[in-house]
Design a protein around this ligand. Structure first.
Ligand code: ISL
Length: 581
């Protein structure tokens, strides 16, 4: 019997614990800070909370380098705090999804400490170890087993003098990749996942899970025109380590070995696969319920819009480009499988700074407009902490202000490649993950009410006007608009399960589409521009071979109650409106 995925009417809120709320004044967010803010989340209307890693970690990648999977880093609290968080969420009929990073561990994880201790250690094959290539000496240029450039602008092989071999790390050298070809590794990870399910968590966001199957034997990628510090030419490993040959076998095994018994016992467990580089075809295979792998994927094609060689290479974007990507994903997952809908997470700059208005007077309106275009699509929406307030990027001006390992490594790579400091900094200011990681802006007091101490990353100076306290009771605020969108999804099956029909796909400023379910039809119109927009309703109707539309009722409108009353034929700058047809 094919499981019906129960998350169509849900909205997920992502918390980056380091930056959400600090309860003990050490300048870093923690679990008790989250517990203290659950009524705020309940008021927003989200029903699932995804918390980024809070486990014991050296924090090289802010917790995505895990040294003990079944723990809580003292920075964030205790296991008892997790138990209380689960209980407090469940008391509000909300669920907890935890973030499991099982493609790699920290180099401080006991498994890796054992594995690196000797070439014949029983855990040697729990990671990817290889001798220098072609009989070269360890550390000699070109001795690395493959030429791949990693996610963090470094070679992916680290020389280990003690045993004379290299180990693989697609991310930082402190994040060695686990060898999923070894069934003992998979069994140990599955036991850990079951331990968390027994503790009461309601699901897993699985970090870069599509990287766990590599193409064997490991081999070089095509040259990418960059050279490493030793002069060796870098290659593109992506085709060789994303969605590899055994990935669906592993996902089906994980579902069978971990999730199925709990689902059979009546537990609804959400599984979200983060899949950088996955295509729509991959996504259908991951999320087709008949295949019993995962519920939904986090894909990145729309995040690549307006980017050249990397997230730090802004190239400008057009609305047709953005719509084309998102519409293709709506089409691909329109009948089989399921999509995550997101603008932001802890790795992406703030959407209102990226796709919203450059004019301050339209910041809030553009935040609401972009939220409407996303939340009315088919899939499960994700709200990243502060997105519901219209929080913006931070005005970074120097690399010293940046914390993120990805950003700092990119700076070093581009300086070595001879790029101008100003150009590099412009790219970092636009694309750095730190834009998403500045503290949550709760109010206009010092440090935005995030901490009574010194925040680990500076608070955005605009917190004096962009903050939760100024919005939660304002019916016109970005917060209230997000709450209305979340409530609409829960109330209307056409939003949760209707189909998606794009309109005016090539229009430079209008984002329009239908949602249909049985006899119910919603018309969604969003003006993605700083100027008023005339809408040719007859032309939109003609696209659907209909003679004309007379929208009969405004369901939600960002300018409802204004004079003149909202009309589908004319949209104010950044106006979004949802009409019953
Ligand atoms: O967002 C990205 C894709 O464009 C990448 O920057 C991101 O690093 C990649 O998707 C993997 O992200 C995940 O794994 C990393 C960790 O640094 C990220 O925070 C996490 O989301 C390694 O664990």
């Amino acid at each position: 019997m094919v499981r019906v995925m129960p998350w169509a009417a849900s909205t997920v809120y992502q918390i980056y614990p380091r930056s959400f709320a600090d309860s003990d004044g050490d300048g870093v967010g923690d679990l008790r800070g989250i517990i203290g803010r659950l009524d705020y989340l309940h008021r927003l209307g989200v029903d699932v909370v995804w918390v980024s890693p809070f486990y014991v970690s050296p924090m090289v990648d802010n917790g995505y380098d895990i040294a003990d999977y079944q723990s809580v880093d003292p920075l964030f609290g205790t296991l008892a705090d997790v138990d209380e968080l689960i209980a407090e969420l469940h008391a509000r009929d909300m669920k907890l999804v935890i973030d499991v990073v099982i493609n790699h561990t920290s180099d401080q994880h006991p498994w890796f400490v054992e594995s690196r201790s000797s070439t014949d250690n029983p855990k040697r094959d729990w990671y990817w170890w290889r001798p220098p290539r072609d009989g070269k000496a360890l550390g000699e240029p070109g001795a690395e087993p493959t030429n791949w450039l990693g996610f963090f602008s470094e070679p992916v092989w680290e020389a280990d003098e003690a045993t004379g071999e290299y180990y693989l790390h697609l991310f930082a050298r402190e994040q060695p990749d686990l060898n999923w070809e070894n069934p003992a590794v998979r069994d140990a990870l599955y036991a850990m996942l079951r331990w968390w399910l027994d503790r009461g968590v309601d699901g897993f966001r699985m970090d870069v899970i599509n990287l766990v199957s590599k193409v064997l034997p490991l081999r070089d990628g095509e040259p990418i025109g960059l050279t490493g510090p030793d002069g060796a030419a870098y290659g593109n490993g992506f085709p060789l380590f994303t969605c590899g040959p055994r990935i669906h076998e592993f996902m089906a095994e994980l579902h069978r070995e971990v999730l199925a018994p709990y689902e059979a016992a009546g537990r609804d467990i959400m599984t979200v696969a983060e899949t950088p580089g996955a295509t729509t075809d991959d996504a259908v295979l991951f999320t087709d319920p008949a295949r019993a792998e995962v519920d939904m994927v986090f894909q990145f094609e729309h995040m690549a819009v307006g980017r050249g060689a990397s997230r730090f290479d802004p190239t400008g974007w057009t609305l047709p480009q953005l719509k084309a990507v998102m519409h293709r994903w709506q089409e691909a997952l329109g009948t089989t499988g399921w999509n995550s809908l997101y603008w932001n997470n802890h790795d992406q700059p703030r959407v209102v700074s990226r796709f919203g208005s450059r004019r301050p007077e339209y910041r809030e309106a553009s935040a609401k407009a972009l939220a409407t275009a996303l939340h009315l699509q088919r899939g499960t929406p994700y709200v990243y902490q502060g997105e519901e307030l219209g929080m913006t990027n931070f005005p970074f001006t120097t690399v010293e202000q940046l914390n993120d390992v990805e950003s700092r490594n990119y700076h070093a790579l581009m300086i070595a490649a001879g790029s101008a400091q100003a150009t590099i900094m412009d790219g970092l200011a636009e694309g750095s993950r730190d834009n998403a990681r500045t503290p949550m802006q709760w109010d206009a007091t010092a440090h935005a009410g995030f901490t009574t101490g010194t925040p680990w990353l500076p608070v955005n100076p605009n917190h004096v006007e962009v903050n939760a306290a100024a919005q939660v009771d304002d019916p016109e605020s970005v917060f209230s608009w997000y709450a209305a969108l979340i409530g609409l999804r829960r109330a209307e099956p056409v939003v949760a399960r209707g189909d998606f029909v794009p309109l005016a796909a090539e229009h430079e400023r209008l984002w329009g589409f239908l949602r249909r379910l049985d006899r119910y039809r919603l018309l969604v119109l969003v003006n993605v521009s700083d100027e008023a927009l005339d809408v040719d309703l007859a032309a939109l109707a003609a696209e659907r071979d209909e003679s004309g539309w007379s929208p009969r009722e405004l369901v939600l409108g960002t300018h409802a109650g204004q004079d003149p009353a909202p009309a589908p034929e004319r949209l104010r700058p950044w106006e979004a409106a949802i009409w019953w047809l």
